[in-house]
Design a protein around this ligand. Structure first.
Ligand SMILES: [Mg+2]
Ligand SMILES: [Zn+2]
Length: 187
């Protein structure tokens, strides 16, 4: 069980695409779904999020959706995807950066803006929280926020992070690692 000291809670933050939701891979690189038809929650996401929620973690998603800022997808389509995600999985919140790469916002990963904002909003202790991602920018954001970072290596043809606290090959493996670490911490 994730023991909660005081009122600050330890959370698990997930990247969306390639972690909870299927990424489309083209030329070895992952891309977000652009239509509701393409949007698919990965089969293992249900069980993994249920187990972590039962262990007492608030679960949040933090996701860059630059296709909106770049005019490639309507914001309403991404909102609909995230509504489906929240209906299907036990999530406390879905934080989204809709900005393009060129807008210089504080929320776009690798910046930790979404994590910091969520921590303030939901009274979360980032230093006790986990970040699970499949790209370098997820891990950099998590490290910048002081979280424990878990990289799911999906084998993309792009630079992978060298500073993740833990490297795994599936979402289930990330869950097992978190729950084992929590068990050890309490003994
Ligand atoms: Mg991703
Ligand atoms: Zn942003």
């Amino acid at each position: 069980m994730a023991e909660q000291r005081g009122t600050m809670k330890k959370a698990v933050f997930f990247d969306r695409d390639g972690v909870l939701v299927r990424s489309l891979v083209g030329d070895g690189k992952p891309y977000a779904a652009r239509t509701i038809e393409e949007f698919e929650i990965l089969p293992e996401s249900g069980g993994v999020t249920r187990d972590l929620a039962e262990a007492g973690f608030p679960l949040l998603v933090f996701t860059n959706q630059p296709d909106v800022g770049n005019g490639l997808v309507e914001r309403s389509v991404v909102e609909e995807m995230n509504r489906i995600l929240q209906q299907t999985l036990p999530l406390t919140a879905v934080k989204v950066c809709y900005h393009s790469q060129t807008e210089g916002c504080a929320c776009r990963k690798p910046k930790p803006g979404m994590l910091i904002e969520a921590a303030r909003e939901f009274d979360l202790d980032l230093s006790q929280s986990y970040v699970v991602g499949d790209r370098k920018s997820d891990i950099e954001a998590g490290n910048a926020a002081g979280c424990f970072t878990i990289f799911i290596d999906r084998g993309y043809r792009e630079q992978s992070p060298d500073d993740a606290d833990k490297r795994v090959h599936s979402l289930a493996e990330a869950r097992d690692f978190i729950l084992a670490l929590e068990d050890n911490a309490i003994e």
